[in-house]
Design a protein around this ligand. Structure first.
Ligand SMILES: Cc1cc2nc3c(=O)[nH]c(=O)nc-3n(C[C@H](O)[C@H](O)[C@H](O)COP(=O)(O)OP(=O)(O)OC[C@H]3O[C@@H](n4cnc5c(N)ncnc54)[C@H](O)[C@@H]3O)c2cc1C
Length: 335
């Protein structure tokens, strides 16, 4: 059983990360829960290679670099990180709440800040019959450890940045890396495509995977079908990595008793939901005048944290003062 924390932040995107930083600044114990194995939310999952132009102080910043710095800032007070787990069930108890994840992990907490964006991200599957049985048994939807693929014959499905990033990262590790894509145009950064060509990574273009061969845990190959000519070919391989995007769903959070309008959680001017001690910020919340931007979401997060602090300690000040007046050298913020 995990310890009870002052605040559990559901969602490790930009808003949740800033909430984690601010709650740490306010001396609160913090847990970040995210269904993805990596922090960063949409910045990391959806557009790591795009430039963001509307972050205060950054005329232009790559989404992945912004995510890296938000993660550094958001984890500097050492929050408990529970990644790869989706918040599923909520039960009130005498000290606050217990959140249970879809895999049954119980997470006690005094307050909750929901920073869940458009909902829990999950990777898009190819859509093959029985595909779920092969997950992590020959078919992977991300790379947690390069070692899993050492000396193996790997097919990477997809034509975006993630597909190319993994192809380049695995090239020196795997025995063979081939990239399967439905077209001959790629969404990935030009430089990555050029690097893959230069390294001699093989491309199987105008192809899609239509069947898996062998058995879960012992993949022997796949059937590829030409996307226009419909011709079929069997290709031997040991592992398939699928990188064809993410889906998101508010899912179980809809059943927690919060007022939901058009897939967003209604909040008041203090980012309080209708459940005591439960707040919502960032893309997931709605109120009159809501604008879905990182710049607005992080401001909502700071306010929600301060209101949560007062919820726990009515004698605490709402405004803690300026960070520039605090000594944060012990947590490594001075550079
Ligand atoms: C292509 C693109 C370009 C964009 N460009 C800009 C831009 O230039 N400037 C700008 O300001 N904004 C931009 N945005 C929007 C910006 O990315 C979002 O406003 C921002 O990511 C919202 O942050 P968030 O933390 O609220 O949610 P998200 O970033 O969506 O993070 C939410 C996290 O919560 C997790 N989660 C959800 N439900 C659960 C659950 N039940 N259990 C566990 N974890 C859960 C998800 O897995 C996710 O990681 C862009 C968006 C896209 C798609």
């Amino acid at each position: 059983m995990h310890d009870r924390v002052d605040v559990t932040i559901i969602g490790g995107g930009p808003t949740g990360l800033f909430a984690a930083f601010y709650a740490g600044l306010r001396g609160m114990s913090v847990r970040i829960l995210d269904s993805l194995p990596e922090l960063g939310g949409q910045l990391t999952a959806l557009y790591p290679e795009k430039y963001v132009y509307d972050m205060p102080g950054f005329p232009a910043v790559l989404a992945k670099d912004l995510a890296r710095d938000l993660i550094q800032q958001g984890t500097q007070f050492h929050p408990d990180l529970v990644l790869g787990e989706t918040a599923d069930h909520l039960a009130a108890d005498e000290e606050g709440y217990v959140i249970t994840t879809t895999s049954g992990v119980a997470l006690p907490t005094r307050t909750i800040i929901v920073a869940a964006g458009a909902g829990a991200f999950s990777p898009t599957r190819i859509g093959l019959e029985g595909e779920a049985d092969w997950e992590n048994q020959g078919v992977y939807y991300g790379v947690r450890s390069l070692e899993t693929f050492r000396d193996r014959d790997v097919l990477i499905v997809g034509g975006g940045d993630s597909a190319f990033d993994w192809a380049l990262a695995l090239h020196p590790v795997a025995q063979r890396v081939r990239l399967v894509h439905r077209r001959d145009q790629f969404r990935a950064h030009e430089e990555s495509v050029r690097a893959a060509h230069n390294l001699g990574i093989e491309f199987l273009l105008w192809q899609q995977v239509t069947a898996l061969h062998g058995a879960p845990g012992a993949l022997t190959g796949v059937t590829l079908q030409h996307t226009t000519e419909k011709s079929i070919e069997d290709v031997a391989c040991d592992q398939v990595i699928v990188n064809i995007g993410f889906k998101s769903s508010l899912g179980p959070l809809k059943d927690w008793g919060m007022t939901i309008t058009k897939n967003q959680i209604e909040v008041d001017h203090l980012y309080r939901t209708n459940l005591p001690g439960v707040f919502a910020v960032g893309d997931v919340c709605t109120f009159d005048g809501k604008i879905k931007l990182i710049a607005t979401g992080v401001g909502e997060a700071a306010t929600a944290v301060c209101v949560a602090k007062q919820h726990l300690d009515p004698n605490a000040k709402l405004f803690p003062g300026h960070s520039s007046d605090m000594d944060l050298s012990s947590v490594g913020t001075k550079g």
